[in-house]
Design a protein around this ligand. Structure first.
Ligand SMILES: [Mg+2]
Length: 122
């Protein structure tokens, strides 16, 4: 059981993740963009941050950079379906470069999510 912060601007994906993680008995906190994610991370100090990368207000990469400076041991799993005008630009390797422990390409299975979380928390 862990306290997990989910940051994604897509309300349907957030809902799905909340459902998946609640079934696993995790305590889940939600934010809809990077700015809100930073605020909620400071407020709740979760064990794990699961974040989308392409978001309004503040994108996932900027949020990771900001939080990593403040909380060097932060545990992050990045999820993305790609971004840019064509949707083909891949931000996931950049997320890994700036500190994400695991990256998951959307769509991913519950099993993939569970193992990413388990590894990120150990
Ligand atoms: Mg997004």
């Amino acid at each position: 059981m862990a306290k997990i912060l989910i940051v994604d601007d897509d309300v349907q994906i957030r809902g799905l993740l909340v459902k998946m993680l609640s079934v696993e008995q995790h305590e889940v906190i939600e934010a809809e963009n990077g700015a809100q994610g930073c605020k909620k991370y400071r407020e709740h100090r979760p064990d794990l941050l699961i974040t989308d990368l392409v978001m309004p207000e503040k994108n996932g990469i900027d949020m990771i950079l900001e939080l990593k400076k403040e909380f060097p041991s932060i545990r992050i799993v990045a999820i993305s379906g790609g971004g840019g005008i064509t949707g083909s630009f891949d931000y996931l390797p950049i997320a890994k470069l700036v500190g994400a422990l695991h990256i998951l390409q959307k769509p991913f299975s519950l099993q993939e999510l569970k193992s990413a979380i388990a590894e990120a928390l150990t």
